[in-house]
Design a protein around this ligand. Structure first.
Ligand code: NAD
Length: 362
């Protein structure tokens, strides 16, 4: 199979491989679409078993960023980069300087940021050789930790979904089961507690569990028991793939709304959720607050201005409106929410493309 026939390729605008002999950099930068603006998405450093595996990951993640950025109504397209290597043993300043040169060579069609295996400290080295980096610390445009904004979007989206599923009821008095109380899950727990929800939490990190439970009175259960909790809402805030056919059959509530990426173990689960009457807030819609925060930094850097929290708040309002549109259309058109969200993303990308073509023709 050639690159162009690969299912992951899906009309990418460009895919570039970069090699730097001196630092040992092996990187791939995939730009799925610049129809709405420069492709934006983090850089992942991972010890891929093969270049093919790295390529597939870059393509899959970059396409997902196109959808996520479009659904958040950002003037950004989708892109992603991967560095092949062990992030525990193979990171050097030279490696990230070489990576920065690769990003610069893409000529502003791609903005990078953190992802798995890459820290703000690493990006400081990349910043020496490219200006197209977000997620740095200590400058006026810096957006800081995106988790509070992500959690705020998840909190508002969760309330919205719960209201739709339970006839307008607020979360006051509802039970929410939170899987994973790391950055996003812990902020979410605080907000739900303040809104009067009862919490049941699970994590593999005992200290995180204790801290959240002490603050919120949350009941602690084991990572496996979280699926059996008598809760109106299940909030996946740990790793991907939480919702599979086996875990779904154990959930008691009518709502799935949480911050984790890639919550559905396979795309078919979205259809099954819909058929079972579960209101599922698509992950890349409800957790879009994080990328909105990063977009705020890119916007500030481009304009040479300070980071503007009010702009971020406006985009977050718009995100929640989009989520409401997704939930309402799903109910009215009898189609699963993940299918509606993907359609909205594709429509917005197509609109961006026709706007860009009109501008180019003028
Ligand atoms: P994090 O690493 O701070 O938190 C994840 C938590 O899940 C950790 O406390 C970890 O111990 C726990 N965990 C791992 N395996 C578990 C299991 N089997 N059962 C229960 N808990 C388990 O990460 P985060 O920044 O809070 O992100 C959480 C999720 O949200 C991830 O999927 C991430 O990709 C996604 N996300 C985060 C942001 C953001 O702004 N941080 C934005 C968008 C999406």
């Amino acid at each position: 199979m050639t690159l162009f026939d690969s299912p992951a390729f899906e009309a990418h605008e460009s895919v570039q491989a970069f090699y730097d002999e001196k630092s040992g950099l092996k990187a791939i930068i995939a730009v799925h679409s610049t129809a709405r603006g420069p492709g934006a998405g983090g850089c992942r450093m991972w010890n891929y078993a093969s270049a093919q595996e790295a390529l597939d990951d870059a393509l899959r993640l970059s396409r997902a960023m196109s959808y996520k950025n479009a659904v958040a109504d950002l003037e950004l397209g989708g892109g992603k980069s991967v560095i092949i290597g062990d992030s525990r043993t193979q990171k050097t300043p030279e490696l990230f300087e070489a990576f920065g040169r690769a990003v610069e060579a893409v000529g502003g069609r791609y903005w990078t940021a953190e992802d798995v295996g890459v820290s703000p400290g690493d990006l400081m080295h990349a910043r020496k050789t490219t200006r197209y980096v977000a997620g740095l610390e200590g400058h006026a445009a810096a957006s800081g930790d995106p988790s509070p904004v992500t959690a705020e979007g998840v909190f508002r989206g969760l309330k919205l979904a719960a209201g739709k599923a339970y006839g307008g009821r607020g979360v006051d008095g509802m039970t929410v089961a939170i899987q994973g109380v790391g950055h996003v899950g812990a902020y979410l727990a605080d907000k739900l507690h303040a809104a009067g929800a009862r919490l049941v939490i699970a994590d593999v990190n005992q200290q995180a569990l204790r801290e959240v439970s002490d603050r919120t009175g949350a009941k602690i259960v084991s990572p496996d028991e979280i699926f059996d909790v008598e809760a109106e809402v299940f909030a996946p805030c740990a790793l991907g793939g939480a919702i599979s056919t086996s875990t779904l059959s154990r959930l008691k509530g009518k709502v799935i709304a949480g911050g984790a990426n890639n919550q559905l173990a396979s795309p078919e689960i979205g259809q099954i959720l819909f058929e079972q009457g579960v209101v599922y807030a698509p992950d890349y819609v409800i957790n879009g607050g994080g990328i909105i925060n990063v977009a705020g930094e890119i916007r500030a850097l481009k304009r040479n201005e300070a980071f503007d929290p009010a702009w971020v708040a406006g985009k977050l309002d718009r995100l929640i409106e989009t989520l409401e549109m997704v939930l309402d259309r799903s109910a009215a058109e009898h189609r699963p929410t993940h299918a509606i969200a993907a359609e909205i993303a594709r429509d917005r990308i197509a609109e961006g493309r026709s706007r860009a073509e009109t501008r180019a023709a003028a």
